[in-house]
Design a protein around this ligand. Sequence first.
Ligand code: ZN
Length: 62
Amino acid sequence: MARERACRVCRAITSEEKCWNCGSADLSTSYSGLVVMLVPEESELAKSLGITKPGRYAVRVE
Ligand SMILES: [Zn+2]
């Protein structure tokens, strides 16, 4: 399994060199919690995390 990283800016999970969501290269291998967001428009959790696009996100990034 490829080592995935979480974006420190928007918390998106990515296996690429850059974040697919915001384009940042500030990625961390140290994260906890995983949220799969399908319809962020309808999710209170997405709002509280600042998520606007569907995808996988870490709850906490260190
Ligand atoms: Zn990002």
